[in-house]
Design a binder for this molecule. Structure first.
Ligand SMILES: [Cu+2]
Length: 168
């Protein structure tokens, strides 16, 4: 009994070292500033949108490639990779995605696992929960070299809740 307890204590100690090493969540290529809003809060309501990524006849795409959300709305993106290649989904301003695409051409092995961007392997699914806190036009894109150029992107328009109501 005494042995079992001390074993547990050792395990707890190792765990605490592991946790202190893992904090505070800085892992390589992260972006502290987000242009398209902020990471979502899973305790608050959200709308789910499924995005399918795939390749076909010389083109690559996300479906749907046009989304409208209201400012303040939370969206859970379920990214389904139905293609044969890995794909990324990076949510950012259009300008930042274009700059980032150039950076990735120089660094093709760059992989993302960030609040606003994730890589999804073929036949796999990833999720991103995002809160669109700013009005504007944003973009989700796969920045793996060649994919963005082949059409793998989509536009997100964030509108004021009031003007969204007027339109309907
Ligand atoms: Cu891709």
């Amino acid at each position: 009994m005494r042995y079992a307890l001390s074993g547990l204590a050792v395990a707890a100690f190792i765990l605490s070292i592991g946790l202190s090493l893992a904090a505070p969540g800085e892992k390589g290529h992260t972006h502290a500033v987000f242009n398209a809003g902020e990471p979502g809060n899973p305790k608050k309501p959200f709308r789910t949108i499924v995005i399918v990524g795939r390749e076909g006849d010389g083109s690559m795409s996300f479906t749907p490639d046009r989304i409208e959300v209201k400012r303040g709305e939370q969206i859970k993106f379920i990214i389904k990779n139905e293609g044969e290649l890995p794909h990324e989904f990076l949510l950012d301003s259009i300008e930042e995605n274009q700059k980032h695409a150039i950076a990735m051409q120089k660094n093709p092995e760059m992989e993302h696992d960030d609040p606003n961007g994730r890589r999804t392997e073929p036949k796999q699914t990833s999720e991103i929960l995002w809160r669109f806190s700013k009005v504007g036009t944003f973009e989700f894109a796969c920045l793996i070299p060649g994919h963005y150029e082949a059409g793998m992107k989509g536009v997100i328009t964030v509108v004021d809740a009031k003007s969204a109501k007027k339109k309907k």
